[in-house]
Design a protein around this ligand. Structure first.
Ligand code: B4P
Length: 191
């Protein structure tokens, strides 16, 4: 089995979390969601959670130093050579550079860019109704995505690992497209 190292990249509400759960089950990958880790820290009222909360409530990115430390610690505690799927990380070029340094010789195999238009994003997120899913906060998250995260599309394209998929349609349809994209990138499934 190939120990695949995959990133899901896309705007808020593209379905990264939804698809990550399915892919990790079918491809036996370790799932690392910075959104989930940060929400758990907020719920536990840890030091990290207290620092992250106001950024998350406003739809801004949590400062890089906090998020990078969280991810590097998790990757370091994983099984040697195990495959993983990063969901919601990196969110900007500084985080991508930090990830590259942390991984050293072991490179990312595939970055799946999930493409979805703004109106469908707003519709989905208002339907989900999480605390940070109000329309003004969603609009800010979309702006932050365009300004900070979208440059990663060119960043990973230049490294030859980008696969773009249409994230519109049913969850099953999107899952099938992502499965095909990661196989095209040479990441084998084990299901
Ligand atoms: P995240 O937790 O990453 O959340 P997200 O981008 O809003 O959602 P996702 O794309 O995972 O969508 P989902 O599957 O849930 O980030 C939250 C916040 O945490 C950020 O704003 C930021 O403050 C902070 N943060 C996280 N990572 C960070 C980092 N690296 N650096 C700094 N800050 C960071 O799907 C959305 C909805 O659509 C759901 O209701 C789902 O059921 C529905 N849906 C999914 N697929 C669908 C489909 N095909 N059709 C219809 N509905 C669908």
């Amino acid at each position: 089995m190939t120990a695949s190292r995959i990133i899901l990249l896309g705007p808020p509400g593209a379905g990264k979390g939804t698809q990550a759960e399915r892919l990790c089950a079918s491809h036996k990958l370790t799932h690392l969601s910075t959104g989930d880790l940060l929400r758990a820290a907020v719920a536990a009222e840890s030091d990290l959670g207290k620092q992250a909360k106001s950024f998350m409530d406003a739809g801004d990115l949590v400062p890089d130093a906090l998020v990078v430390a969280l991810v590097v610690e998790r990757l370091g505690s994983g099984e040697e050579g195990a495959g993983f799927l990063l969901d919601g990380f990196p969110r900007n070029v500084a985080q991508a550079e930090a990830l590259g340094e942390a991984l050293g010789e072991s490179k990312i195999d595939c970055v799946v860019h999930m493409k979805l238009d703004d109106e469908e994003i707003v519709r989905r997120l208002l339907g989900r109704g999480r605390k940070d899913d109000t329309e003004p906060v969603i609009r800010n998250r979309l702006k932050v995505y365009r300004d900070e995260t979208a440059p990663l599309i060119a960043y990973y394209e230049a490294r030859g690992v980008l696969q773009t998929v249409d994230a519109a349609g049913t969850v099953d349809e999107v899952e099938a497209r992502i499965g095909a994209a990661i196989e095209a990138a040479g990441c084998e499934g084990v299901s």
